[in-house]
Design a protein around this ligand. Structure first.
Ligand SMILES: CC(C)(COP(=O)(O)OP(=O)(O)OC[C@H]1O[C@@H](n2cnc3c(N)ncnc32)[C@H](O)[C@@H]1OP(=O)(O)O)[C@@H](O)C(=O)NCCC(=O)NCCSC(=O)C[C@H](O)C(=O)O
Length: 368
């Protein structure tokens, strides 16, 4: 009788059998195609707190009732970064599990500002664009528009995401940047930078407005780095994406990644991003997140890399927002200890004014 677990016999069996594949190749996507993803997560406080804790988004409004009420919420809601990751996670099996990097995201919009624990989002994506990659023939580039909706069908969050996706032919590899492109640079690192860098005195709306005023009409920018760093570990690389049902092999399958340019699992883009945003938010008085545009993932992050945050303040609009807050537009960059930018994105957020200290839900906010 055949002993199937004899190592030689088993190796021969592996050579001969088909693999029950997961995920889709580039050729499987067509513009306009609508994909309803399998029911995803129930948003829980536990999942929310784990994501927030590990990414240093230590904002008590999302876990303490007194802090939540002071921010105009009835109860601590789900944090926007966790909501976004929990909506993207269930889409991965259908869209990007095959591998290929998460290149960027645009038009991230939070349609609800107080999403309650217990919400069970339904996630649907529409293929918006498919294209060849001229530099990497083994991949195509696909853009999807994704909506996470509540039980009434109301959109909680929506965005457009772009990934490199392996083509069925030639055989897929993981992609990755060439060594030569990593080493580029002519030594004139600061030639195009402004002469002066202004740092806000604090984290209130007026601090950002005054800093922009100080930088106006001269060769200056409001730009600064945040001190905190977070070294990526098993928990952030594999556990957080898996906890949002993100099945992308890049984050947890060391055997598949051994053959890739990184040679090992890479951090999920949303963990890297959320970590840098956590650093930035610790230096501001965030009231509400409104949206993100032009998000790009420039290079991969692996376990042992430390993620830092850098912020540029682009605009501070006192007229957009409720009486207690003004709208600030930031550009955030996540970077590693060896000063590699790994993420960048433009963010609009409502930032509390200096006197917004004891607000209630009836503060006149148009942003619930
Ligand atoms: C992916 C990279 C290795 C590619 O680097 P490089 O070879 O230097 O090329 P480019 O960065 O110029 O981009 C290649 C082509 O892709 C197009 N592109 C790039 N960004 C976008 C975008 N936002 N929208 C549309 N098209 C885009 C370029 O124009 C190029 O096109 P072409 O010239 O025709 O070939 C490198 O970028 C890299 O390492 N990035 C980091 C990726 C990463 O680490 N992402 C996060 C981790 S993976 C992840 O989170 C997966 C996630 O779970 C999921 O499931 O999605």
């Amino acid at each position: 009788m055949t002993d199937w677990t004899d190592p030689d016999t088993f190796a021969a069996a592996l050579d001969h059998v088909d693999t029950r594949e997961k995920g889709r190749y580039f050729e499987d996507f067509a513009e306009g195609q609508v994909i309803e993803h399998a029911p995803g997560l129930r948003l829980t406080r536990h999942g929310n707190d784990a994501w927030m804790g590990q990414t240093l988004n230590h904002d008590p409004a999302y876990w303490r009732s007194d802090a939540a009420r002071a921010r105009g919420f009835d109860e601590p809601p789900i944090h926007p970064d966790y909501l976004l990751a929990a909506v993207m996670g269930p889409s991965v099996e259908d869209l990007s599990e095959k591998g290929g990097y998460f290149l960027g995201r645009d038009a991230v919009r939070f349609h609800e500002h107080g999403v309650a624990p217990g919400t069970e989002p339904r996630v649907e994506s529409t293929v918006r664009a498919t294209g060849e990659s001229s530099s990497r023939p083994e991949y195509g580039i696909v853009t999807w528009e994704t909506h996470g909706r509540d039980a009434d069908g109301d959109t909680l969050v929506s965005y457009e995401r772009t990934n490199m996706i392996p083509r069925r032919e030639p055989a897929a590899t993981d992609g990755g940047r060439s060594e030569s492109s990593r080493e580029e640079g002519d030594g004139s690192r600061d030639s195009e930078l402004p002469e002066t860098f202004v740092t806000p005195d604090g984290g209130a709306f007026e601090d950002f407005r005054r800093a922009l005023d100080r930088a106006a009409d001269r060769d200056a920018a409001v730009a600064y780095r945040h001190e905190r760093g977070r070294t990526m570990d098993e928990l952030t690389v594999a556990a957080l994406p898996l906890a949002t049902l993100n099945t992308a092999r890049q984050h947890h399958n060391g055997a598949a990644m051994a053959d890739s340019p990184s040679g090992e699992p890479v951090a999920y883009g949303d963990v890297t991003r959320s970590t840098a945003l956590g650093h930035a938010r610790s230096d501001e008085r965030t009231y509400r997140e409104l949206g993100f545009d032009d998000e790009r993932f420039h290079d991969f992050v692996t376990a042992g890399d430390t993620v830092f945050g850098f912020t540029r303040v682009l605009d501070a609009d006192p007229s957009a927002g409720p009486p207690r807050a003004g709208q600030v537009t930031f550009e955030h960059v996540a970077f590693t200890a060896d000063e590699r930018p790994v993420y960048s994105g433009r963010r609009r957020a409502l930032i509390d004014r200096e006197d917004a200290d004891a607000p209630t839900a009836t503060d006149g906010s148009t942003h619930p």
